[in-house]
Design a protein around this ligand. Structure first.
Ligand SMILES: C[S@@+](CC[C@H](N)C(=O)[O-])C[C@H]1O[C@@H](n2cnc3c(N)ncnc32)[C@H](O)[C@@H]1O
Length: 288
């Protein structure tokens, strides 16, 4: 091994991150994305932000935080993006998709079904919903519109491109692969692209769930909000749920992530089954 290579400790302490810096980071990410960072995440924060310090030629986290405090919008966005987790997968939490179909069965005669995928990351969730709808309606142009939003513009760009690694679809049934994806050739081999018909069903837009104004209109038949509330504290979750409620149709459903529970908002939503919620009656005026 080359003795020029940095030891792990040297890499770890390339930049100093004091408890006071860490608290400033926690405050800032909470203000801008609603994310509550536990103290145990110091190592994760260090490794995700160290690159930003290098890119900006800064010597320590204090300098970086002072730079952010000057209000550089581009760096602030990079900071938020670095601290958000974008893990997702096609047909993640598989049990939700038969439930989605069942719900649509009851409203298949509607002119248009509106679904909001509110933390869509790189698009796998929105396209899984789109595939489910195509299969259900046996049409590549089902009467369904999916609004897919996220606060991270980079993941949304990737989502809109709809290009994924072939090996992400290892466990996909062959008929789904054939029906919904185009296989890359030559320099694109190993990649697959979502078919245009699926893309046509989805609109990707930037939206921060923490913003005062959401440029969305109800009435959604379904809202997917999976694996993002887990990063928010209960108070923030409640405020968001309060704003979701009037955006849903009266019999609409809210799909949550596997480790998310909204029992603390039971005046707004009640559990129907396995992380799927329905309105419990109390709704506020819709927000614009
Ligand atoms: C772990 S991914 C979940 C993706 C997908 N919903 C799923 O379950 O597979 C969480 C996503 O939430 C987004 N996110 C985090 N904070 C957000 C906020 N305040 N508003 C909107 N999206 C946010 C992140 O950018 C990330 O793409």
């Amino acid at each position: 091994m080359s003795n020029k290579r940095l030891s792990e400790d040297q890499i770890k302490y390339e930049f100093s991150l004091t408890p006071s810096d860490f608290n400033r980071i926690r405050k800032l990410i909470r203000e801008h994305a609603g994310i509550s960072l536990p103290l145990s995440k110091q190592g994760m924060v260090y490794s995700r932000l160290a690159r930003r310090l290098r890119v900006n030629g800064l010597r320590n986290f204090k300098e970086y935080l002072d730079f952010l405090a000057q209000g550089d919008a581009i760096e602030l966005e990079a900071f938020v993006n670095a601290l958000t987790t974008n893990t997702t997968a096609f047909f993640r939490e598989e049990h939700h998709f038969p439930m989605l179909k069942q719900h649509i069965e009851q409203r298949k005669n509607k002119n248009k079904i509106h679904i909001w995928c509110s933390a869509s990351s790189t698009g796998e969730e929105a396209y899984s919903i789109a595939m489910t709808m195509v299969k259900f309606f046996k049409s590549l142009t089902p009467p369904v519109h999916i609004l897919a939003t996220d606060l991270n513009a980079h993941v949304l760009d990737k989502a809109a491109q709809g290009v994924y690694l072939m090996n992400q679809l290892d466990k996909f049934p062959r008929d789904y692969l054939k029906a919904f994806f185009l296989k890359g050739t030559n320099q694109n081999s190993g990649l697959i692209k979502v078919r245009q018909e699926l893309k046509n069903m989805v609109t990707f837009r930037k939206l921060n769930l923490l913003d005062d104004h959401w440029p969305v209109r109800g009435n959604f038949d379904i809202i997917f909000c999976r694996n993002v509330m887990i990063y928010f504290d209960k108070e923030t979750q409640y405020k968001i749920l309060q704003r979701f409620a009037p955006l849903l149709t009266e019999d609409g459903l809210l799909f949550a992530g596997h480790s998310e529970s909204f029992l603390h908002a039971r005046n707004l939503f009640r559990l129907r089954e396995k992380t799927v919620y329905e309105l419990s009656g109390q709704r506020n005026a819709p927000c614009d």
